[in-house]
Design a protein around this ligand. Structure first.
Ligand SMILES: Cc1cc2nc3c(=O)[nH]c(=O)nc-3n(C[C@H](O)[C@H](O)[C@H](O)COP(=O)(O)OP(=O)(O)OC[C@H]3O[C@@H](n4cnc5c(N)ncnc54)[C@H](O)[C@@H]3O)c2cc1C
Length: 459
């Protein structure tokens, strides 16, 4: 015996709940299955809690700079980690409960708590019950990768999930992985008062970014006392009394870093290994990501893959955009495609990095005729007024079409400012539209025309 639905959704990440609501509103019977926390990574162990921690860390940082701004702080600024965690848990918990309440209140939608596994291409088993549907949507997300590095099995280590339970100040946090997640946690804990060392295998931090961006971010982090060890080719772990020795290099001394806690931030693994995909015949790539076409259909008709598990995004906004594409195509007869979206994201260090479109390396590889301009934040009056002058604005445009190819804005407010350029890119507008627009003074955005007036040859 099986229970039949029009649609089954596995996972309540950033695509599943909205898709459930939209399908249910269209009159479909929907089953949505969650095995752990409603809202998934972003809500419980990703964006929301980390940005809440970023806010606490920023407040502490600013408080330490009090005299610069003309106010007095009596004594050292110390962080009460229990209160920091309580604030984070409240904010994250509100979203988690909100998602669950929303789903449980939807007409035509059945919420099932348990681990889902495919039994065939149209059936899924949860808690020994067989559910059947013509349409199945996979939104199972991912988890922190734990590579088989020497000694890893013998030491306690933190991931983005377990660090959410930390309500004390690690004396010395060693972060393995110098990419987006590692850098955000590094600055957060340094500002809380920990000693922090970031260990990165590659020659530079955030290796996917342009070198000038990597270098500037490194300088910002180092200026706050974060130690950075790049070219760490011999990463290993060993318990040493109450500490953990993290092996860094085999040749150049010092060979290791001795910390009290280790955070692993070396990438993500899709939650597809225990999903019975073989029973359904759904194909994955070598890393376990579900192969999905431009409209997010898998190789099996009637099964779609949305969010991090399809390897085509890795962000909350890409997962949500996946939902919009699938829902519009299915319910509105639209023809939306993943390839129509423009790459965009932010690194939420302080100052943040806002990115859209192509990097310099990608522009070079594309062979497009380009012009570029770079402008230091120190010459942006709003940044000066706020006392936050680190970073730069870099914009590249196509020399022939005049359309914006890409931008990297490292500096105060850049996670918002960059989206002005992004929208112009979606509109396929020439950069002159932004150049001739009147913007609000004093803001960082008002400098975009100034930067564009300095466009010159792309080196
Ligand atoms: C530390 C950190 C910070 C981040 N910060 C940002 C940020 O600032 N901005 C941003 O855009 N992105 C950020 N991200 C990335 C973002 O969190 C993810 O891209 C986003 O959550 C992806 O969502 P998803 O829809 O793919 O699935 P997820 O949110 O991962 O949800 C998948 C859900 O499926 C459930 N599930 C899995 N398998 C099964 C099964 N077999 N049966 C039933 N249920 C199952 C899981 O329990 C989970 O609830 C961050 C990630 C991390 C780790």
């Amino acid at each position: 015996m099986s229970r039949h639905f029009d649609a089954i959704i596995i996972g309540t990440g950033q695509a599943g709940p909205s898709l459930a609501a939209r399908c249910a509103a269209a009159g479909m019977t929907v089953a949505i299955i969650e095995r752990h926390k409603f809202g998934g990574t972003c809500v419980n162990t990703g964006c929301i809690p980390t940005k809440t921690l970023v806010a606490s860390a920023y407040a502490a940082h600013l408080a330490r700079r009090g005299p610069e701004f003309g106010f007095i702080v009596n004594g050292d600024v110390r962080v009460d980690m229990k209160r920091v965690k309580t604030r984070k848990d409240e904010i994250s918990g509100r979203s988690n409960k909100g998602v669950e309440k929303w789903l449980r209140g939807l007409e035509n939608c059945t919420v099932i708590y348990g681990h889902a596994r495919f039994e065939s291409s149209c059936t899924v088993v949860v808690n020994d019950e067989v559910l059947e549907a013509d349409k199945i949507f996979i939104n199972v997300g991912g988890r922190a990768s734990v590579p088989a590095m020497p000694g890893i099995k013998d030491v306690p280590f933190l991931t983005n999930s377990s660090i959410m339970n930390v309500d004390f100040l690690p004396e010395h946090l060693v972060i393995v992985g110098g990419s987006y997640i590692g850098l955000e946690f590094g600055q957060i804990y340094r500002r809380f008062g920990s000693e922090v060392t970031i260990v990165e295998m590659g020659p530079r931090l955030i290796g996917r970014e342009d070198e000038d961006v990597s270098v500037a971010v490194r300088e910002i982090l180092e200026s706050e006392g974060i130690k950075i060890r790049t070219n760490a080719k011999c990463i290993s772990m060993e318990k040493r009394d109450s500490r953990i020795a993290v092996g860094v290099t085999c040749d150049e001394p010092p060979h290791e870093v001795l910390g009290t806690h280790v955070l692993l931030a070396v990438g993500r693994t899709p939650n597809t290994d225990d999903l019975g995909l073989d029973q359904a015949g759904v194909a994955t790539d070598q890393r376990g990501y579900i192969i999905a076409d431009d409209q997010l259909q898998t190789n099996v008709p009637g099964i779609w893959a949305l969010g991090d598990c399809n390897g085509r995004g890795g962000f909350t906004h890409t997962s949500y955009n996946d939902y919009e594409i699938v829902a519009d195509n299915l319910l509105n007869g639209d023809h939306r495609r993943v390839s129509d979206r423009i790459q965009t994201y932010a690194l939420f260090t302080d100052p943040p990095l806002g990115r859209c479109g192509m990097t310099d390396a990608e522009i070079r590889k594309s062979g497009r005729p380009a012009l570029t301009a770079k402008y230091p934040m120190i010459r942006v009056s709003r940044a000066f007024e706020k006392g936050e002058t680190q970073g730069f604005i870099k914009i590249s445009v196509d020399a022939e079409t005049k359309q914006i190819l890409g931008a990297a804005i490292l500096g105060t407010g850049s996670d918002e400012v960059v989206q002005v350029l992004l929208d112009a890119m979606y509109a396929k507008a020439p950069y002159s539209v932004i150049q001739r627009a009147m913007h609000i003074h004093p803001t960082v955005t008002e400098y975009l025309p100034t930067v564009l007036s300095k466009l010159g040859p792309f080196a």
